[in-house]
Design a protein around this ligand. Structure first.
Ligand code: XIL
Length: 342
């Protein structure tokens, strides 16, 4: 090989390992006028520079995986711990990324002081209002959107009975949105759920819930379709699109907020290709509906993902492998973004 072909080979292999700046997901998403996001684990962000670099290169929206959950950020009744969330905000702002706050009222990851506290309805309302307004006020103007409420609908489409619904009553959802809006009138406020992305009873239940909130004049602006799926149970793209359209017709922006596509382990090339197809289909549904403003995955690299722990035997669910290399799903997302550009 002469020096010229050696140099060409070097440039080529470099381009293969690292997408050119104009070809990263975040550059293409920006051109397509949507946000591309990932959930981030802050302790990992603080100790793994390659992970931080990957996030900053490819994404322009971050959701803290745990840092703003009740038990993490509000571990005692009179004590908040913002150390992780503050670190995330600093990182995001240094890299010109938006932050999605996650999550204000949810029935999981609640601290014992709260669930074991035997509080009255009025006390719980005070606690929840103080919690919401402390978080939203602290980051007013810096956290552009909040997952205000999550997973309030059961699998059959009826309201889910939870710590909050039992303790406060069905109006806890409307109250949560109103309190968040008081604290930051500019923030986009979202209801976020799983398993109702396409059609079916749960999707209808979510639709009815958010329609009712709209009719009451509750300040809700977005619905998050989480999209934790497996190849075999992924919703049909046409159903996701139709669901997004009916939510948009209510004046709500439907976003894909937590996508991952779990594969039975060990996975193989065919499964990775099928996974790429599911990612492409769901992104295309979002791109087809003008009100879908963001597409986020629940993590970035298979090295750090909640799937193996919560779904034993499953894994490799994200866009980058354990060595941070782009997977077929990454390329399918990139192609779909590119194809959507004028
Ligand atoms: C998960 C986190 O990824 C885990 O680290 C944690 O132990 C449990 O919660 N839907 C959601 C997320 O809205 O908050 C969940 O995150 C995954 C499912």
């Amino acid at each position: 090989m002469d020096w010229r072909s050696l140099a060409t080979a070097a440039i080529f292999s470099c381009a293969l390992a690292l997408p050119a700046a104009a070809e990263t997901l975040r550059a293409l998403a920006q051109a397509a006028n949507i946000r591309i996001g990932a959930a981030v684990d802050i302790p990992t962000l603080n100790k793994d520079p390659a992970y931080a670099q990957l996030l900053a290169r490819e994404f322009n929206l971050l959701t803290p995986e745990n840092a703003l959950k009740f038990s993490v950020v509000h571990p005692q009744r009179d004590r908040y711990d913002f150390s992780q969330a503050d670190a995330l905000l600093a990182f995001a702002e240094a890299h010109h990324m938006q932050v999605n706050g996650h999550v204000l009222v949810w029935h999981q990851q609640l601290p014992d002081w709260l669930t074991q506290g035997h509080f009255s309805r009025d006390e719980l309302k005070d606690i929840l209002r103080e919690h919401i307004q402390t978080l939203v006020t602290r980051y007013r103007g810096r956290i552009a959107s909040w997952d205000v409420a999550a997973e309030a609908v059961a699998e059959d489409g009826r309201p889910r009975e939870t710590f909050w619904s039992r303790g406060i009553g069905a109006d806890y959802l409307a109250l949560a949105f109103r309190w968040a809006h008081e604290a930051d009138p500019q923030a986009r406020l979202r209801y976020n759920d799983y398993g109702g992305e396409g059609g079916g009873a749960k999707s209808d239940g979510i639709y009815d819930l958010v329609a009712d909130l709209r009719w009451q004049g509750v300040p809700i602006s977005s619905v998050g379709l989480q999209m934790h799926v497996a190849i075999a149970d992924a919703p049909r793209a046409a159903d996701v699109r139709a669901n997004m359209q009916r939510l948009a017709a209510l004046g709500l922006e439907p976003d894909i907020t937590e996508m991952d596509v779990m594969l039975k382990q060990p996975s193989n090339a065919a499964a990775l290709r099928a996974q790429a197809g599911v990612y492409r289909d769901m992104l295309q549904a979002c791109l087809a509906v003008a009100q879908c403003r963001s597409f986020s995955t629940w993590g970035a690299t298979d090295r750090y993902s909640w799937i193996p722990e919560f779904f034993p035997g499953q894994g490799t669910a994200l866009l980058f492998d354990e060595e941070y290399r782009p997977k077929p799903a990454y390329y399918s997302i990139r192609r779909a973004l590119k194809a959507s550009l004028p």
